[in-house]
Design a protein around this ligand. Structure first.
Ligand code: GLA
Length: 386
């Protein structure tokens, strides 16, 4: 649907077909939250919510971008664009042209581009990484350059860190770049090794959107990252990936109590992520539930990135029929929970969660089962809808 919308708008604006269509998915994260910038483990999956981008060379002036969901953004000169020159959602486009140039891939030309998608914005399922990857794939395809998708993910992270200004880890970009239909990915963010893990057919991955926009995400996110760096200095290590609970307890008396709590979350979350992988392989549904709940509670109490509505949504899911496990997903401060639900119980789950969430939060939550998808790619012209 969004693909058609983007293409038709492109045809309307420019009177011709786009030369390239790029598509990139959003992601959920099953477990392993705020561990990626600590060189730890994460367990995301690309989902069937996508950003589509229809584009052609636009040599006659600046790059012009239009989003069907976010509107126009000011034009920019793709061949020379630098951080600070593009604001709003256009920073994902300008930032990718800049980051790919910085990576030594040469200059990228100006384009006309129309974006349309169904990745919910501000829900914690990474519409931003999807936009970055869509722009990256588009420019590579348009100029006939090739690049391994892991490298494009690293470039997209640089765009996010240095151009957009969020000091994020690599999880979202890797998920959007490297997703595989039907599989989640256990990712070691230090080595970037991926082990794809099948989610059994009897389980559905469900996004439980609180419909509360995320607040103060950038400043609070960057603050959490600095606290983790402080913890590393206190422990005398390079990354919290290398710490365990006994090291942390030994250093506790000389640590700021808040920094101690932040580090405790990261250390325990890394272990939960590893244990989750084993539980998924063994089909141990009870253990999956315990680990997801433990993750949510640690994010709520030690990392303090949950919100009242995320807690209400998670609690509604924990008690719902067919729920195997549920927790907040993504950076937090609002957005969505992810739940693993017995497929046979999906309607009863949805009804229970929506009723309880409405009672507690006074809001209508969106409960959406999703399919696990392939990563970002270009769509060949023969697939272009007429
Ligand atoms: C955001 C960031 C990711 C990751 C998560 C929290 O989505 O972009 O790198 O840190 O938050 O796990």
């Amino acid at each position: 649907m969004s693909q058609l919308v983007a293409v038709e708008e492109f045809q309307k604006l420019y009177g011709r077909d786009p030369e390239v269509i790029a598509v990139a998915p959003g992601r959920i994260n099953l477990i392993g939250e705020h561990t990626d910038y600590n060189e730890g483990f994460v367990f995301p999956a690309a989902i069937d919510k996508h950003v589509f981008l229809a584009a052609s060379y636009g040599p006659e002036g600046l790059s012009t971008l239009k989003s069907m969901e976010m509107g126009d953004c000011p034009g920019f000169e793709a061949t020379t664009v630098k951080p600070g020159e593009v604001h709003g959602w256009g920073a994902y486009g300008g930032g990718m042209a800049w980051a790919m140039r910085e990576a030594g891939l040469g200059e990228f030309p100006n384009v006309h581009a129309v974006v349309s998608g169904d990745v919910p914005i501000g829900s914690g399922v990474s519409s931003s990484a999807a936009l970055e990857l869509a722009f990256g794939v588009m420019w590579l395809q348009l100029t006939g350059r090739e690049l391994p998708m892991k490298e494009l993910a690293l470039i997209a992270q640089k765009c996010e860190n240095k151009f957009v200004g969020v000091n994020s880890g690599i999880m979202d970009q890797m998920a959007s770049a490297m997703g595989k239909a039907g599989f989640a990915m256990f990712l070691d963010t230090r080595s970037l090794d991926i082990q794809y893990a099948k989610v059994p057919d009897e389980l559905s991955v469900v996004i439980c959107d609180t419909k509360t926009p995320r607040a103060l995400t950038t400043s609070a996110y960057n603050e959490r990252r600095s606290q983790c760096e402080q913890a590393c200095r206190d422990l005398g290590i390079k990354a919290l990936r290398d710490a365990d609970m006994s090291m942390l307890e030994a250093a506790r008396s000389k640590m700021d109590p808040v920094v101690y709590k932040r580090a405790r979350h990261v250390i325990t979350e890394n272990s939960r992520c590893v244990m989750f992988k084993q539980a998924l392989e063994e089909g141990d549904l009870k253990q999956i539930g315990v680990l997801m709940r433990g993750s949510h509670e640690s994010l709520r109490d030690d990392y303090e990135v949950s919100s009242r509505e995320l807690d209400q949504m998670a609690a509604a899911a924990w008690d719902a029929p067919g729920c195997v496990g549920a927790r907040m997903t993504g950076a937090g401060f609002g957005g969505a929970c992810v739940a693993l639900v017995m497929t046979a119980d999906l309607s009863a789950f949805t009804e229970h969660v929506q009723t309880v969430y409405r009672e507690k939060a006074g809001l209508h939550g969106d409960i959406t089962p999703c399919q696990l998808s392939d990563g970002a790619h270009a769509i060949v012209a023969t697939q272009t809808p007429s």
